[in-house]
Design a protein around this ligand. Structure first.
Ligand code: BMA
Length: 340
């Protein structure tokens, strides 16, 4: 069997620290200087977390969930030379409609940033008569044009695939309720034009494993690989003391991502450090992006920590794929076409 490879553009400057000794479980290790974004990072913003970044013009760019000092989350643009130290715009991203008129949602959180062909898409959660998905596009990070909300309420954790599959845009999402949602599976939907979404398919349900037994949701944009779409997602356990969010890993079929090929039964990262266990919402690690390089196999995972900080963790592509495969446990629900 040939060695698995990532199918994505080279990124020579992936933020990186080598694996320390003593990693005995999943091959994922934290940046020693975490958190990379602390409290009060910019005027009128108390905390930044659950944010997404990308390589851009040899440097890095990102869309950040900024919890304003009035408690309402919004999305801010940030830029970085090294993917670790970030400068943020003081103003919220100024979304406009197709006519160029200001079109700002009341709130916006948990953004993802995904490039498909020559366009960058931002996908987030916003108010549309309850929690629902909002979406905008940009080619220059100056003009951000809203496109139609893809789904009816209630829905969260929408993540676009970084290329069309069989001629269609594909998006993962997690239908929810309007509150803190004590349930949830991941679904995939497709669209030819980013206006009409359909062919909804079930991808995977909450796991048998206790760490993800309450609900799951999409995380980072899936990485295309020779093995399938490598997906880092979040899984939630409902303890007597509240929810605990961990990071899981799965590999979806390349041509039909409603089919799960491998699904790791163990979490890849769970709250352990002070900045993950202590904060506005304790015990949360919530992945929203990766920066990865096919040559070196380096993958940097960006995650929100305790709804208060941004953390960075690392893995090697071949190690994480082997770990997911060796510890894979899929069920009939994961491998069916997901159409009922
Ligand atoms: C979810 C979302 C995330 C948040 C998590 C933990 O429902 O709101 O933004 O990180 O809860 O509070």
């Amino acid at each position: 069997m040939s060695k698995p490879v990532m199918i994505s553009p080279a990124v020579l400057n992936v933020p990186w620290q080598e694996k320390p000794d003593g990693i005995v479980n999943a091959p994922v290790w934290r940046y020693k200087e975490n958190p990379i974004i602390g409290r009060n990072p910019v005027k009128n913003v108390a905390r930044i977390f659950n944010s997404a970044v990308m390589p851009y013009e040899g440097k890095f760019i990102g869309v950040f969930r900024g919890e304003q000092t009035n408690g309402i989350p919004y999305i801010y643009l940030g830029r970085s030379e090294d993917g670790i130290h970030w400068d943020f715009d003081e103003n919220k991203i100024p979304f406009v409609d197709e006519e160029g008129n200001s079109f700002l949602p009341h709130y916006a959180y948990d953004p993802r940033l995904v490039k498909v062909e020559d366009t960058y898409y931002i996908i987030w959660c916003q108010d549309f008569y309850g929690a629902a998905i909002g979406m905008a596009k940009t080619t220059d990070f100056k003009t951000f044009t809203r496109v139609e909300n893809p789904f009816l309420p209630f829905n969260r954790n929408a993540v676009l695939f970084p290329r069309k599959i069989n001629g269609s845009f594909m998006m993962l999402s997690r239908p929810s309720d309007s509150g803190h949602t004590p349930f949830g599976d991941i679904f995939v939907s497709e669209s030819k034009d980013l206006v009409y979404w359909g062919k909804h398919r079930h991808v995977m349900g909450r796991g048998h494993e206790w760490w993800e037994s309450l609900k799951i949701g999409g995380g980072a944009a899936p990485i295309e690989t020779s093995e399938g779409w490598l997906m880092f997602y979040h899984g939630v356990s409902g303890t007597c003391n509240g929810f605990v969010y961990s990071i899981g890993g799965a590999i979806l079929d390349l041509d039909n991502p409603s089919i799960v090929k491998y699904r790791c039964e163990n979490f890849l990262l769970t709250p352990e450090e002070w900045y993950e266990e202590r904060g506005f919402v304790p015990n949360v690690v919530f992945p929203c992006a990766t920066i990865h390089d096919p040559e070196s196999g380096k993958i940097a995972i960006y995650y929100g920590a305790a709804d208060s900080y941004v953390g960075l963790a690392f893995t090697y592509f071949d190690e994480i794929v082997s770990y997911i495969k060796e510890n894979s446990r899929v069920n009939d629900n994961d491998t069916e076409i997901g159409k009922r």
